[in-house]
Design a binder for this molecule. Structure first.
Ligand SMILES: NC(=O)c1ccc[n+]([C@@H]2O[C@H](COP(=O)([O-])OP(=O)(O)OC[C@H]3O[C@@H](n4cnc5c(N)ncnc54)[C@H](O)[C@@H]3O)[C@@H](O)[C@H]2O)c1
Length: 424
C-alpha cells in the first residue's frame, strides 16, 4: 500500500495532503494540534483555498486520510513530508527547538531508509548540519534508517491546489540515494516533468531563499526609485509597465511594506548564511531596512499637512483576501503613526473586531464614520477597491495614502480627497 505521512497539517500541509490524496495514496497527517481530527469528524472543516475542503472532507470520509497527533502514525510510510514552520524571534534569529523537536519525535519510527522530505523553507546547510545530527542524536543513521531531502514549497495561499499542478518541484538530497528515492516517490503525485533534481540538499535550500531575496531586493529598488521620483514630481509607479517593456527589466511595484512569513523573513536566513561564510550580504540587508522603513515614509507623505491626527488603516492581512497577518506592514505602520502622534483605528475585512482587539488594535466597523482625517490602505482587499470616496470625504477624511497603488486616483480626487500613492 502506498502511504505518505505529512507532519504539520496547516495551510501548506493541507494542500500537500490534498494533492497526494488526489492520486489515491493513503495519507497520515500528523499535527500537534489535537483539535484538527475533531474538526474533520464533526464535518466542520472549511478552507478558503479553492477545492481544498471538498478534497480533504471527501478523502477523510473514505478513510484515505488519517489525522492524528500521534507520531507513531508515520509507521509504514514510504515517505514523511515535514511542513511545520521554522520559527524565528523578533530579530529573525532561528529558533531551532520547536522545529527539531518534531524530528526527535519522529526518530523512534524511522527505519529501512524511509524518506524524509523537508518542505519548510530552511537556511542553506540546515538540513545536513542541523537536522541530520538531531535525528542521529536519537540513535538513527542517515543512509541506514532514513534519507533526507529538501524540497522547498513554493506555492502561495490563494490557489494552492492549482499551483501545485504547475510549480516546478525542486528536490536535493543529503546523498544521491536520497535524491533518487525522492524522485521515484514524488512521481506518484507530481508530473515527472515538473520535478527538478539538484545536486545537493544545499542547492535545494538555496533555490527558495534566493527567490525570496530577489523579490525583496527588487521591491526595495522600486521603493527607493519611488521615493526619488516623488521628490522630483515623477509618477514612477505608472511608469513600471513601460520600464519593463525593455525585455530585461522586471521591476515590481513599490509599496508601503513587505509582510508575510516568507519574503521579510527568509532573506535573514541567507544574511546569516553569508555571515557564517565570512561574507556580508549587503544588498539583502539594506533591502530589508528600505522595505521596513516604507511604513514611516508613508506617514511622512501626509504628516505635516494633517490637522486632526487620527488615522484609519485599511487592512491587516499581509496579502489581499486572506486572513494572515504574520509580519504584516500594518504593525510597522501603527508604530510609525503612533510615534508621529496619531490616534490609530483599524479595519480589516477578514478579521472580526474581537480578533483585532486581541491583537492590540482599536477596530472600527464602519469605515465611513471614524473621524479620521488620513486613511492608509495597506491591504488591497476586494472591498477596498470599491471605496466610496464621497462618503469618506463626507466623514472628514482629507488624505488617502494608497499603500498598494491600487485605488482609482481620479475618482478619489474628484471626491475632494488628496490622494498619494507610493511613487504614484
Ligand atoms: N503559508 C504559505 O503561504 C507558505 C508558502 C510556501 C511555503 N511555506 C512553508 O511552509 C511552512 C508551513 O507553513 P504553513 O503556512 O502551513 O504554517 P501553518 O502555521 O498554517 O501550519 C503549521 C502546522 O504545523 C503544526 N505544527 C507545528 N509544530 C509542529 C510539530 N512540532 N509537529 C507537528 N505539527 C506541528 C501546527 O499545529 C500547524 O497546524 C512555512 O514555515 C514555510 O516554510 C508556507
Amino acid at each position: 500500500m502506498k502511504k505518505i505521512s505529512v507532519v504539520g497539517f496547516g495551510k501548506i500541509g493541507q494542500a500537500v495532503v490534498a494533492n497526494i490524496l488526489d492520486h489515491d495514496i493513503h495519507v497520515s497527517a500528523v499535527d500537534i494540534n489535537p483539535d484538527l481530527k475533531r474538526i474533520f469528524e464533526s464535518g466542520k472543516y472549511e478552507s478558503n483555498e479553492p477545492g481544498l475542503a471538498d478534497s480533504l472532507n471527501k478523502s477523510f470520509g473514505k478513510g484515505l486520510l488519517q489525522i492524528t497527533d500521534d507520531f507513531s502514525a508515520v509507521k509504514g510510510s514510504q515517505a514523511i513530508i515535514v511542513a511545520i514552520p521554522l520559527l524565528v524571534d523578533k530579530q529573525k534569529n532561528i529558533l531551532d527547538e520547536p522545529f527539531l523537536d518534531c524530528f526527535k519525535k519522529l526518530a523512534p519510527f524511522l527505519s529501512e531508509n524511509v524518506l524524509i522530505v523537508i518542505e519548510t523553507s530552511i537556511p542553506v546547510g540546515y538540513g545536513r548540519n542541523t537536522v541530520v545530527p538531531a535525528i542521529e542524536s536519537m540513535g538513527k543513521k542517515h543512509g541506514v534508517d532514513f534519507l533526507l531531502v529538501h524540497s522547498p514549497e513554493r506555492i502561495k495561499s490563494g490557489s494552492m491546489l492549482k499551483q501545485l499542478l504547475v510549480t516546478p518541484k525542486v528536490i536535493g538530497g543529503v546523498s544521491k540515494e536520497a535524491t533518487t528515492k525522492a524522485f521515484e516517490i514524488y512521481q506518484w503525485f507530481f508530473n515527472k516533468d515538473l520535478i527538478h533534481l539538484v545536486d545537493s540538499i544545499e542547492a535545494a535550500e538555496m533555490v527558495k531563499l534566493a527567490g525570496m531575496a530577489y523579490r525583496d531586493v527588487n521591491i526595495a529598488l522600486s521603493n527607493q526609485l519611488a521615493q526619488f521620483a516623488h521628490r522630483i514630481g515623477v509618477n514612477f509607479a505608472d511608469l513600471i509597465p513601460l520600464i519593463n517593456t525593455d525585455g530585461e527589466a522586471y521591476l515590481l511595484q513599490p509599496g508601503i511594506g513587505v509582510g508575510g512569513h516568507c519574503t521579510p523573513v527568509y532573506p535573514y536566513f541567507l544574511i546569516n548564511n553569508f555571515k557564517n561564510a565570512g561574507m556580508d550580504f549587503v544588498l539583502a540587508s539594506e533591502s530589508r531596512v528600505i522595505n521596513d522603513e516604507m511604513a514611516a515614509h508613508a506617514v511622512q507623505l501626509v504628516s505635516k499637512q494633517v490637522k486632526n491626527k487620527k488615522a484609519l488603516i485599511l487592512g491587516l492581512s499581509f496579502r489581499p483576501n486572506i486572513k494572515e497577518d504574520t509580519f504584516s506592514t500594518t504593525y510597522l505602520l501603527r508604530e510609525a503613526l503612533a510615534q508621529d502622534g496619531f490616534d490609530v483605528v483599524l479595519h480589516d475585512t477578514e478579521f472580526s473586531a474581537e480578533e483585532l482587539t486581541k491583537k492590540g488594535f482599536q477596530p472600527v466597523d464602519d469605515i465611513y464614520a471614524t473621524g479620521a482625517e488620513a486613511v492608509f490602505v495597506v491591504t488591497m482587499h476586494e472591498q477596498y477597491k470599491k471605496l466610496d470616496y464621497y462618503k469618506l470625504a463626507a466623514s472628514g477624511v482629507r488624505f488617502l495614502v494608497d499603500g498598494r497603488n491600487g485605488l482609482d486616483r481620479k475618482a478619489a480626487e474628484s471626491a475632494g480627497l488628496i490622494y498619494t500613492g507610493i511613487g504614484r
